[in-house]
Design a protein around this ligand. Structure first.
Ligand SMILES: CCCCCCCCCCCCCC(=O)SCCNC(=O)CCNC(=O)[C@H](O)C(C)(C)COP(=O)(O)OP(=O)(O)OC[C@H]1O[C@@H](n2cnc3c(N)ncnc32)[C@H](O)[C@@H]1OP(=O)(O)O
Length: 220
């Protein structure tokens, strides 16, 4: 039997505690690393934007590509087992979330504000990097942002959980390059299940996407 599978629950809990502390320590960065990485992530976002919009000739692209490969090697000299976790601002948000993580260059990032009593709101502008249909945001990107917003609302209600269902209604195309707003509100809670509604609005106030999710607090 493996250690984690030991039949003694007290011993098993102790093993998990040590394991959790080890993982937490390995995934927690120093404040100066967090600040430096947030700056780097912003620059990589700008680089990504430049990559999808550039029209420089192929030989210049190849030269830049070689420089980027060298930079990747430098950063990879010391690698963690997994992305960092924890908070640098006291809100408990995941630093490397692909939606709102300041350290994750693929995150737009969307700044999500939890609201007391089971709500959340966000205001954000997406660039051409997130284009789906020409001049509009990719539907999967809207879904990802809404999933996170809905999840933060569930957590703000004191009933966090894993997304069990996510229903989307795309009412009209979502434009990029303009300020979008989004809001979520917990609709009801039954046992371990929490239903949350949310929507994204364009600058004219019209709803572009509506979503309803059901979150389940895992039994274990
Ligand atoms: C303050 C804020 C701070 C910031 C906070 C950070 C927020 C972060 C936000 C992050 C946001 C992003 C979040 C993400 O990206 S989460 C990642 C995407 N989601 C997943 O990967 C979830 C995968 N699934 C699971 O882990 C399990 O299946 C879960 C946990 C969902 C249930 O497994 P568990 O073994 O525990 O459940 P159970 O079988 O005892 O069933 C319990 C009840 O639930 C009902 N049920 C279950 N599944 C479904 C289903 N699919 N449709 C309809 N119903 C379903 C089931 O019928 C039963 O109902 P009833 O018979 O009791 O009536």
């Amino acid at each position: 039997m493996s250690e984690a599978g030991t039949a003694d629950p007290t011993r098993r809990n102790r093993i998990h505690e040590v394991w959790d502390r080890r993982i937490l320590a390995e995934r927690t960065l120093a404040d100066d690393q967090v600040a430096a990485l947030a700056d780097l992530a912003g620059r990589v976002r700008a680089l990504t934007d430049a990559v999808v919009h550039t029209r420089v000739p192929a030989d210049e692209i190849a030269a830049v590509s070689a420089e980027v490969a060298a930079l990747t090697d430098r950063l990879s000299a010391v690698r963690g087992e997994a992305p960092p976790i924890g908070s640098h601002d006291g809100t408990g948000r995941a630093l490397a979330s692909p939606v709102s993580g300041p350290l994750n260059p693929i995150a737009p990032p969307v700044d999500i504000e939890p609201l007391p009593g089971g709500g959340a709101r966000a205001a954000f502008t997406l660039g051409g990097v997130y284009e789906g249909p020409p001049t509009f945001v990719h539907g999967g990107v809207s879904a990802m942002i809404l999933d996170q917003l809905l999840g933060v609302a569930a957590a703000a209600n004191g009933t966090p959980g894993m997304t069990a269902t996510l229903d989307l209604r795309y009412r009209r195309p979502t434009p990029y390059g303009v300020r979008l707003t989004a809001e979520a509100r917990v609709a009801r809670v039954e046992g371990r299940k929490t239903w949350v509604d949310a929507s994204i609005a364009a600058p004219d106030g019209r709803t572009t996407v509506e979503a309803t999710a059901m979150f389940v607090m895992p039994a274990r």
